[in-house]
Design a protein around this ligand. Structure first.
Ligand SMILES: C[S@@+](CC[C@H](N)C(=O)[O-])C[C@H]1O[C@@H](n2cnc3c(N)ncnc32)[C@H](O)[C@@H]1O
Length: 222
């Protein structure tokens, strides 16, 4: 695997990620004491750390070794990619992915893998930012994202995850949508893009702050 921006900026990313409040996401997961929980694209495994006292096992799958080295005690860290997971079929009652589908090369393959490793009756919980409904605005935003981080692939379109999981017989039980507001400086600082890229981003965004639609949902087999 070549070095990603998460490898290069791991310490800075972890510092920012530690400020996240996982309460609402964990409530949506409905963790059970017997659950084997897998967080895909786990970064420094901070969600898994929160799940440790609530479930039987908390496994964190992540391709960036420098990030995974931050996994707190109690979490089972596993190096690997979402599109080809090193787990047997039906291994986890709870499978999650947070703010990472937009990084995987093949969103459909990653979701198919999440279905494969989930037990029958298992829960899949997804959170991410969504592409703008307007295709032109969505295209400009994708340009901004890739200038900031060339490893960014694309944000899911509204309804796209439901369609992809629907192909595997999974349906949405509960969903939440909200507006996330960002300081452009903070957002740029986390990824440290080259000066020229940051300047172009500032020109395209043309504001100190920006907003994205964020979404999370829990799915089970129908
Ligand atoms: C924005 S971070 C989110 C990390 C964590 N889920 C969180 O919310 O703190 C995106 C993560 O996706 C990981 N990632 C990128 N490509 C991936 C892939 N193909 N499979 C699994 N994870 C991937 C990155 O290494 C990074 O840790």
């Amino acid at each position: 695997m070549s070095e990603s921006r998460f490898d290069r900026t791991a310490d800075r990313y972890v510092e920012a990620a530690q400020k996240k409040d996982w309460t609402a996401f964990i409530e949506l997961c409905r963790p059970q004491p017997d659950d084997r929980a897998l967080d895909v694209a786990a970064g420094p495994a901070l969600l898994s750390a929160q799940l440790v006292p609530l479930v039987a096992r908390a496994v964190a799958l992540e391709p960036s070794r420098p990030l995974l080295e931050h996994a707190p005690e109690g979490v089972e860290p596993v190096l690997g990619e979402a599109e080809q997971m090193p787990f047997q079929d039906s291994s986890f009652e709870l499978v999650t992915i947070v703010n990472s589908l937009h990084h995987v090369a093949d969103m459909g393959a990653a979701l198919a893998e999440m279905v494969r490793v989930a037990t029958p009756g298992g829960r899949i919980v997804v959170q991410d930012y969504l592409a703008d409904e307007d295709p032109q605005r969505a295209e400009v935003w994708e340009r901004v994202e890739r200038l900031r981080d060339p490893d960014h692939r694309r944000l899911p379109r509204p309804g796209e995850v439901n369609e992809l999981l629907g192909e595997h017989g999974f349906g949405e039980d509960e969903a939440q949508t909200w507006t996330a507001s960002w300081s452009l400086d903070d957002w740029l600082e986390m990824a440290e893009p080259p000066y020229a890229a940051a300047a172009e981003i500032r020109r395209l965004v043309a504001s100190d702050r920006f907003e994205l639609t964020a979404w999370r949902a829990r799915f089970t087999a129908r």
